[in-house]
Design a protein around this ligand. Structure first.
Ligand SMILES: [Zn+2]
Ligand SMILES: [Zn+2]
Length: 347
């Protein structure tokens, strides 16, 4: 089969590799769509601590397709079944795994990072992932393209659940990249009273307005705090999502939260630039909660797939480019350009 194989930073090669055959407890999926994530770009540019220098790895963790073969002992998956795969799974026995937070397992595995992923014609789903329920059936009403975007959506849900976001509340989203826009769509689906988006790039600000933001602020042109206070009767935002990896924005976010507001540091920071200096008195006297989230657990992945299946939340507007697998280089460039939202690879 054809696969885009990562050999190290800035070195992804299109290669003919053996098509996986399922061992006991495993399943093999024909990949129908995969999307490029900021994590893929980060690995492509800087590598990943879980991928050792000499490891060849097929990237791609946002993936959906059809089961083509299952190994001995797999009864709940059948060839022809349309599925999406939650990429992270844990050891299954540690405290985090037992509590259902498999994304926080210190010994996690993930397709497209520690195991071969979806930038290929076929993908092997290993036995622990099959057994832990990572393979989720996609209803006929849902396209593979949208099913692929369920993975990043589930990460947004993890963040908004950590913030206990409630209907009627005001949310501020800092950054209108693909993830910020996904937060916006999710907040509207969840009954937000008001969604404010702050974004410096004009075309992204325009998209935020098109996607239904009640107010879009360019913080380089107007004072963000003033704008947020004005829009919320002087209270501040009930929930602030920081969807840009910036300590300056994290510091600012805390002070844009209302009393009893909740803040989520959604975007990670580059190593070595990971110290924010927040106004802790604001947290103290305002009873503000600061949260961080990373990825999502499998239960959340299943939950958001049901949201998409309902038809009341569509991520289709986020798909702005589709490329065949052999154009992997161009797909990565598209995703890195900032011009596109989600770039799909269709093998
Ligand atoms: Zn991702
Ligand atoms: Zn574990």
């Amino acid at each position: 089969m054809l696969a885009a194989v990562y050999h190290g930073p800035h070195d992804i090669r299109l290669e003919e590799v053996p098509t996986p055959q399922p061992g006991p407890g495993e399943a093999v999926m024909r990949v129908r769509a995969a999307s490029v994530c900021a994590t893929d770009l980060r690995i492509f540019n800087h590598g990943h601590f879980k991928i050792r220098g000499d490891t060849a790895r097929i990237l791609g963790h946002e993936v959906a397709g059809e089961i083509v073969a299952v190994g001995e002992g797999v009864a709940h998956l059948t060839p022809g079944m349309r599925v999406a795969v939650a990429p992270n799974f844990g050891c299954g026995v540690c405290r985090e795994c037992v509590q259902g937070n498999n994304n926080l397992c210190p010994d996690y595995d993930a397709f497209g990072i520690t195991l071969d992923g979806g930038f290929a014609e076929y993908m092997r789903i290993t036995a622990p992932a099959v057994r832990q329920g990572n393979v989720v059936q996609v209803p006929d009403s849902l396209s593979f393209e949208e099913a692929v975007l369920n993975e990043p959506l589930s990460c947004c849900t993890n963040a908004q659940q950590a913030c206990r976001f409630a209907p009627g509340e005001a949310m501020l989203i800092m950054g209108a990249g693909p993830m910020g826009l996904m937060h916006l769509l999710l907040a509207r689906y969840s009954g937000a009273g008001q969604v404010i988006v702050s974004e410096v790039q004009e075309h992204r600000a325009r998209l935020a307005a098109e996607f239904g933001a009640d107010l879009v602020v360019d913080p380089q042109k107007e004072d963000l705090k003033e704008a947020v206070l004005k829009a919320t009767d002087g209270r501040g935002a009930d929930v602030v999502i920081v969807a840009v990896g910036s300590t300056a924005l994290q510091e600012q976010a805390v002070e844009l939260a209302a009393r009893r507001g909740r803040v989520n540091f959604f975007a990670g920071l580059a190593g070595g630039r990971d110290r924010a200096c927040v106004n802790s008195n604001w947290i103290h006297y305002g009873q503000v909660t600061v949260t961080g989230t990373t990825g999502s657990n499998t239960a959340q992945y299943r939950q958001t797939l049901q949201m998409l299946a309902s038809g009341r939340l569509s991520l289709q507007p986020l798909v702005t480019a589709r490329r065949p697998l052999w154009e992997i280089g161009a797909a990565l460039a598209d995703a890195a350009s900032g011009e596109h939202l989600k770039v799909l690879l269709i093998p």
